[in-house]
Structures are given as C-alpha cells and as structure tokens.
Design a protein around this ligand. Structure first.
Ligand code: NAI
Length: 701
C-alpha cells in the first residue's frame, strides 16, 4: 500500500501530503505520518513554511471511526495536533471537500488555514453523541469565539468557505486545485515572513456565552436536542476553554469526551449510524454487480409517484412520469413544480436547477414511455387488480432487463409479480411520504425476487441517497406491520380505556417522537389506516377489533387534517391540533358499547404499552425472517417512523431496558390484556439466555 503521508520539499515550502483513500480518515498511519513529515520539514533548512494538504476528494474527513470507543494506538490525536501547533515554523492547512470533526480539529491546530471555495467544515460529533475529543472544544472557541463555536458544535451543520472566512475560521479562500492553491498561499506567507501563530495561545472571546444566553440558545434548539444530554458536556468543555490554559482545557475536554462515549445516548446514536451503513449488506446475498440505472419510469403521478419522480430527478436520472389522463398528468407535474418552488423559495435550489430537474421528468400518458427504462416504479391506487393490470402492461413494453418496483404499502409482492412474465424482477420499492425527502426505502423481496433484482434495488436506494432496508413479503412489511399491530393498536386501546388523545401524544412526544400517534393518524389521513386494515383482513382473514375509534372516525368522514376534523380539530390553514370534544364523546360511547371501563391511566403505563408491542412484534418479524436483523428494524423505525435516534431504535432500546425486564412486562400485559400480547418466541428465548438483540445480529452476520 502507498504511504499514508509523504513529505515533499518544494523550495521554501515543506509539504506534508496525506493520501489515505477513500476519505483521508485520521487513522494511526496518518497520525504517525504527519509527525514524521513534520520532523522532516522542521529539519529541512530550505523550508520556511509547512503546508498540510490532502490528495483525493477531501481534506482529512474526520477521525477513524473504527477507533471510536476503543483503545487509540499512539500517537494519539492530542499528541499529533499538539506537535503541529508547537511547530517552530508556521504550519498552513489547505482544506477541500469536507473537513469534519477530527479533520477540522487538525486544521485548528495549524497556524493558518486556507480552503477552496467549495470546501465544507463542521463539528458534527454531537450527531453521534460525542463531545469533540481532539482539541476542537478548546481551539475552536479561541479562534472564532465561544458563541459561534457553541453553535457549530450544537447545530452540527457544516459551513462553507465563505462563511468560514467571515467567522475567522479560515484565513484565505484559494483558487484552483487545493495543493496548488495551498502552495501559492504558503509561498505568500513565506515571502511576508509570516510568524508562527498558535491557536492555543489565544484567549477566548466569551461574548454571548453567559448562562442566560446559552440557555436561550439551547431553547432555540429544543427540537433537535429533545431528550439529549451531549450538549451539556459540550458546554462544560467550552467553559473550560474560557477559563483554563490550553493544556488544562484539553485535559478537561478529554475527560468529557471519554465520558460522552460511555453514555447510552452515544452508544445508541453510533448504533444507528453504523446500522444505516450495514443494512445494505444482506447476509447470504452473492456478490454481484447491480444493473446500471440510467433511465426510469414512474406510473402514477399522485402524492407518491410525483415524489418518487423528484427523488429520481434529484439523482440525475431521466424519468418518464406516466398517468392515465392528460388532466391527471398536468395536475401531477404542477404539484412536482410547486414542491420544487418551495425548495427554491427556501434558498436550497436555484431557479436554473429547478428547470433542469423538471427537464429530467418527462410526462406521458402511455405506458410506451417505459420502453427504455431500467427501473419502473408503479405508484397507482392501492388496489390489487389495478396494480396487476398496470404491471402486466408495463411488463409488455419495458426492456427485458428492467426491474419492476411496486410502491404498495400492503399488497403481496409475490401476488403482484404473478401478473408479469418476469416475477424474479418484481420487487417492492416502498417509499415514504414525502418521497423526495424521507430517507427510508423498504425493499420488499417477493418469493421469486432474484438476488440480482435485490442488488439493483439496493443500488436504486444508494443512487437516490436513501437507506434501503430489505424486508420479507408480509403484510405491512417491517414498518407498517409494527405500527399497525404494535404501536397504533395499543394507542387505540388506551383511548378506549380512558387515556385522552392529548395525554397519549404528550407521553410519546416526551419519549422522543416528533408527533404522538393520534396526531400522526390525523396527518396521514385516518382513512388511510382504515383502508390498510381492510386489506389486512382480506389477506390474513382475521377480524380486528382494535381500531374501533379510527374506523368510526373514517365512517363519519372525519379523516384528520385534510377534512379539518379527525381525532383533533383543525382551523383552516393551521396544522395545530385542538382538542375535539366530539372525539371524547365518541370514545366514551364506543367504550361503553364494548363494556370497557374507563379509568385514569398514568403516563408510565402509556409509554410502556406503546413501546413494548413494537419490540414484541419486531421480535416476531425476526423469528419469521421478515426482518433479517434487529438493526434493520432499528433503521426502519428511526429513519421512517420518527423513533428517537438517541434511543437507538426499538430493538436497541429493548437491549438497554434488558430483555428479561421486557419479557416480564410483556407477559404481564399478556395476562391482563389478552392474546395479542403473546410474547414472541425469540423474545422468550433471548431473555431466557440472558441475550440481546445485538448478539442476535452478530450471529446473523
Ligand atoms: P394518489 O391517489 O395520490 O395517486 C395515485 C395516482 O395514480 C393518481 O394520480 C392516479 O391518477 C394514478 N393512476 C391510477 N391508475 C393509473 C394508471 N392505470 N396508470 C397511471 N396512473 C394511474 O395515491 P398515493 O398516495 O400516491 O399512493 C400511491 C401508492 O403508494 C399506493 O399503493 C399507496 O399505498 C402507496 N403509498 C402511499 C403512501 C402515502 O403516504 N400516501 C406511502 C407509501 C406508499
């Protein structure tokens, strides 16, 4: 393997050149190499200025995540960065690509910083529940002030070069290739006789960092920080930067950073982070190349079809959007344009980009438009016969290699595939609304779906920057099955037993969901759930006595936000949920008719009864082979259903509760509430063995 770091003497500039593909993560070879190259530069009498630059697509992108939480091989981060800062010759870093976390911390320890215009810099450690642990909390405040440093570390969003320059984070924006731009800048500094300028010797501007001001800032970030604690430790570290000399501050930072790594919050966030990267590796799937996705077609330009076409266009894939009539097509395209216009109005897209994206979406009213597509996705009404007809038509015109995806929420992929002559190329591609925004893509494997089709479907997810999770072909797949048979069903029971919608929603929002189940029901449309369950009864031929409140609201035409009344009341143009006395009366009536006594239910019971069924149904899905691994379930629920990331997803959360405890509580509700709480055999087995879902995953591969 090529050396991770090279030293090149270029006249007055000694270059430390890092080359550690793919993203120049700061592993031990890089740290060792930086130190050796720095020694060479310092020993080279011709060298006046040292330049630290990276080959490849980015500057040091961050810490080596494989070392997170484990032992760090020497030299460590502190040692390496301290050596850069202590250099007796000025050290300049030139940034390109993304300098995040440890990458930026390295640049902070240099004496001068330049960046190319499209470089991005940030301190995203908080997203993994970690306090920066390579000097960032001490040097960043010294460079840009305590308050801007706090904002960079709490919001976790990267800044571009122009903003970085305005903040004093970098000194210069350079033109051209990073190495050349860096060399030019280093030579200018050499010519000026620029002195060493150690960040650690500066004092911190503490403006805007009084306790009250910090508290106000945290309030403004309350939504993102709900249930989180990392920010408290980050703030303590910044206070140390204000109050202590660098060496002592670094010690304090190290303690806080190490402590943060041991927090359950960080373990959970890292679990989700790694799980999102691992779900695409399917146990037992042979290694094969995905088919290229050059062109696509989407059938149905409704809510989902339009969003899916946008997701494809955003990935640069020319897409035919096919509707039944010109009128429906015009409506669909208009909606797509309006969605893009919102993005433009928020400054996240230029009008030219809008036109370019619209140019990639070609409207059509004939299925012939799918004749050159590599992937076709149908998103017509949720109706088996209609979907079969549409798929048969597409099968007749699409190229033989094309895969046919269905966006169905409930229907059997195996059954749908029968309508085509290529059942092995039919797959569920279940997007979430809004499809151009939500990151989750459930990939549903029918009985005949081939490995090649799965591999290509995972490529669709990758290309669309989505997280693809493979599910078996059972009713509701992973996500909706757990929602209907777990979470929502119990929320509905709690209504009948006397908990108010407001109380249930408040408990679940405190738990960490952005919205409680009743508000979600109103937002999605209560009739949507009713229709889903009708399909369920047909498919599993079981009666379902559990959704009486929702189904009664559907029957009354109170469908949620879209009709101004559902579980809650809504005012025109206002999505705030107001209490609805009619719902209270309806629930009471329904409970009486079923002889369910209403009582006061405490918050702890509500939380337990809403969360435990998710775990129990999840365990059942693992037992049935519908989900491969517990982490697949965790990714589905954190990226598609709003389960709080800092709790790691329902299965990881179960591990933190302890499976023995989970089983005891499930068994308790089984006794008191009935058969639908029957503990899943896998839960019984793991609890009996003292095992965890994490261990179960390790066996699955
Ligand atoms: P929608 O009612 O907004 O759109 C369906 C569109 O299909 C309509 O524009 C209709 O004109 C068109 N269509 C009907 N027959 C057609 C045909 N033969 N050829 C071409 N176009 C045809 O429905 P929505 O909400 O977009 O749902 C579509 C599918 O996505 C359903 O299977 C649904 O279960 C699923 N889904 C919906 C989600 C949601 O949140 N709305 C989430 C995930 C999946």
């Amino acid at each position: 393997m090529a050396e991770a770091v090279r030293y090149e003497g270029r006249g007055e500039v000694g270059v430390i050149l890092i080359d550690r593909p793919p993203v120049n993560a700061i592993d031990v070879a890089v740290r060792r190499g930086i130190q050796t190259a720095l020694d060479q530069a310092l020993a080279d009498p011709a060298v006046k200025v040292v330049l630290l630059a990276c080959e490849g697509r980015t500057f040091l992108s961050g810490a080596d995540l494989n070392e997170l939480g484990g032992a760090i091989e020497a030299p460590g981060y502190y040692e390496t960065f301290d050596a850069l800062e202590a250099s007796t010759k000025p050290v300049v870093a030139v940034l390109h690509g993304t300098a995040l976390g440890g990458g930026l911390e390295c640049a902070l320890a240099c004496h001068y910083r330049a960046a190319v215009a499209d470089a991005r810099m940030g301190m995203p450690e908080i997203t993994l529940g970690i306090v920066p642990g390579a000097g960032g909390t001490q040097r960043l405040p010294r460079l840009i002030g305590a308050r801007p440093a706090l904002e960079m570390m709490i919001a976790g969003a990267p800044v571009d070069a122009a903003k970085a320059k305005a903040m004093g984070l970098i000194d210069e924006i350079v033109e051209g290739a990073p190495l050349q731009g860096g060399l030019d800048y280093a030579r200018r500094l050499a010519a000026q006789g620029a002195p060493v300028r150690r960040t650690g010797e500066r004092t911190v501007d503490a403006a805007g960092f009084s306790e009250a001001e910090v508290a106000d800032y945290l309030k403004s970030q309350a939504r993102a920080l709900k249930g989180r604690t990392t920010q408290e430790k980050t703030i303590a570290a910044i206070r140390a930067a204000i109050e202590l000399p660098l060496a002592d501050g670094l010690k304090r930072e190290d303690e806080l950073s190490q402590a943060s790594l041991k927090d359950r919050e960080s373990e959970a966030l890292r679990h989700v982070f790694f799980a999102e990267r691992e779900v695409g590796k399917i146990p037992g799937l042979p290694a094969m190349e995905p088919a290229p996705i050059r062109k696509a077609a989407v059938v149905g330009a409704g809510t989902m079809g339009g969003g899916i076409a946008m997701a494809l266009a955003n990935a640069g894939v020319p897409t035919a959007l096919i509707e039944v009539s010109q009128e429906a097509l015009d409506r669909g395209l208009k909606q797509v344009r309006e969605n893009y216009e919102v993005t433009v109005s928020r400054g996240r897209m230029t009008p030219q980009e809008l036109e370019q994206r619209m140019g990639l979406i070609r409207g059509a009213t004939s299925q012939d438009a799918a004749a050159d597509a590599d992937v076709v996705i149908e998103a017509v009404f949720e109706d088996m016969d209609l979907k079969k007809k549409v798929l048969a038509g597409i099968d007749a015109v699409a190229p033989p290699h094309a895969i046919l995806g269905s966006n169905t929420s409930t229907l059997s992929i195996t059954e749908l595939a029968k309508a085509t002559r290529r059942p092995e190329q039919v797959v569920g591609l279940h997007f979430f609304s809004p499809a151009h925004v939500m990151r989750l893509l459930e990939i549903v494997r029918g009985e005949q779906t081939s490995s090649q089709t799965l591999v290509t479907s995972l490529e669709v997810a990758r290309k669309l920057k989505k997280t693809g999770v493979v599910s078996g072909d059972a009713f509701g797949f992973i996500g909706n099955k757990m929602m209907q048979d777990g979470y929502f069903r119990e929320a509905e029971q709690l209504l009948l037993e006397g908990a108010s919608p407001e109380q249930i929603d408040a408990v679940m929002e405190r738990f960490g969901f952005a919205m409680g189940p009743n508000k979600v029901n109103d937002m999605a449309g209560i009739d949507v759930g009713t229709k889903v369950r009708e399909e369920l009864y047909k498919r599993e031929s079981r009666p379902d006595p559990y959704f009486v409140v929702s189904d009664a609201l559907t029957a009354q035409g109170k469908l949620g936000q879209k009709t101004g009344e559902g579980v809650y009341l809504y005012k025109a143009g206002d999505r705030t949920a107001y209490p609805n006395p009619a719902t209270t009366a309806l629930i009471r009536e329904l409970a009486q008719a079923r002889q369910i006594p209403q009582r006061t239910i405490d918050d702890a019971e509500i939380e337990e009864r809403c969360i435990l069924p998710l775990i129990n149904v999840g365990a059942q899905l693992l037992d049935d082979g519908i989900a491969y691994r517990a982490k697949d379930i965790d990714v589905v629920w954190t990226s598609g259903y709003g389960f709080p990331r800092h709790l790691g997803g329902p299965m990881f959360y179960a591990d933190t509760l302890g499976l023995k405890h989970v089983l005891e509580r499930v068994a308790h509700y089984h006794e008191t509430l009935g058969h639908y709480w029957t503990p899943a055999p896998l839960l019984v087995r793991l609890a009996g063995e003292g095992g965890t879902f994490t261990q179960f995953d390790q066996h699955r591969g």
